[in-house]
Design a protein around this ligand. Structure first.
Ligand code: FAD
Length: 285
């Protein structure tokens, strides 16, 4: 049962959508895949006066190769991210992350932009976009802003998105051919949110690792290690220690204490780098 009546808009043009967002009555909520918004409305946790659906807005569901980057529209669904050959070849870790999301129904309805805007700390895309250095295009009736993923995620379900702004597209820079990458996660059961996840890019002896699920927003670490001669036990220790130190603001909940999350951050940062370098398959230890 829906908790409250609301006005519903389903425009076909972006300008019309931005108009509703800027001028709609009362609390306006954007509906993308509805996989997070609709349950929240059913529970009465969110009580919008106006619901603005993006499902018919033209141009938001494109994947475009721009040479040095790939632009992914906000309304591209998880199942397309998981299967798109351009995305899979440029960012295999992003395809891995999409395949890990929920179940087949969630992946068919849920959207890339919806997940990023919702910013659940355990969402699979957050560390991936952070480590890849993606930028988010935000539009309002007044213009647009480009915000790096590394600044967009602020805290638990809190982003830099203004009330009158829509996330319309994410541009992900292609990695050099020499780069190796991986995405790994721990969930209690298959199909559920990760408790902690990690995405790594290793190139020219350096590693960058983004850790999600431990803290309100993903943390990015660039440990002081040189992997050009291989992955030594000392380097692995340093990577794990850096992850542990960087997650000192970890939170606890029913799934896990804060301290356990920090230990998972240690393990999964190491595991992401090992997986990127082909030394393990990303499965349980
Ligand atoms: C049972 C279940 C299991 C799940 N498991 C996982 C999982 O394992 N991993 C994972 O990452 N996610 C998981 N999810 C979440 C799923 O990925 C959702 O698809 C996602 O969080 C929200 O995307 P959506 O398109 O459905 O957005 P919606 O639910 O429509 O919207 C979510 C929020 O984002 C806002 N919003 C949406 N699009 C935009 C936009 N373009 N611009 C501005 N604001 C916008 C909405 O107003 C709303 O506040 C799960 C969800 C369920 C129900």
């Amino acid at each position: 049962m829906l908790a409250k009546e609301f006005e519903f808009h389903a425009p076909e043009e972006l300008d019309a959508a931005l108009g509703v967002l800027g001028n709609g009555g009362g609390i306006v909520k954007v509906l993308a895949g509805g996989m997070s918004l609709v349950p929240a409305m059913n529970l009465g946790l969110v009580r919008p006066d106006t619901v603005l659906s993006l499902n018919h807005v033209r141009g938001l569901d494109q994947v475009e190769d721009r040479g040095d980057s790939i632009a992914i529209g906000a309304m591209v669904r998880h199942d397309r991210i998981a299967a798109d050959p351009e995305i899979g070849s440029a960012f295999p870790l992003l395809a891995t992350a999409a395949r890990a999301i929920g179940d087949v129904q969630i992946r068919h309805r849920g959207t890339f932009g919806g997940s990023l805007a919702h910013a659940d700390p355990a969402a699979d895309y957050l560390p991936v976009m952070t480590v890849l250095g993606a930028t988010l295009r935000l539009r309002s009736s007044d213009g647009e802003r480009i915000v790096p993923a590394r600044e967009f995620f602020v805290d638990i379900m809190l982003t830099d998105l203004g009330r009158d702004e829509l996330l319309v597209e994410v541009e992900v820079p292609k990695q050099p051919d020499s780069a190796r990458s991986a995405y790994v996660r721990l969930a209690r059961v298959e199909g559920s949110f990760a408790i902690v996840n990690a995405a790594a890019v290793v190139d020219e002896g350096k590693a960058a690792i983004a850790i999600g699920g431990a803290t309100g927003a993903p943390v990015l670490i660039e440990p002081d290690v040189d992997l050009s001669g291989g992955l030594s036990e000392e380097a692995l220790e340093e990577i794990g220690d850096s992850a542990y130190e960087a997650t000192d603001e970890a939170f606890g909940d029913l799934n896990s204490s804060a301290e356990y999350r920090r230990e998972l951050a240690r393990v999964f940062a190491r595991r992401a780098v090992q997986t990127a370098l082909g030394q393990r398959d990303g499965g349980p230890e």
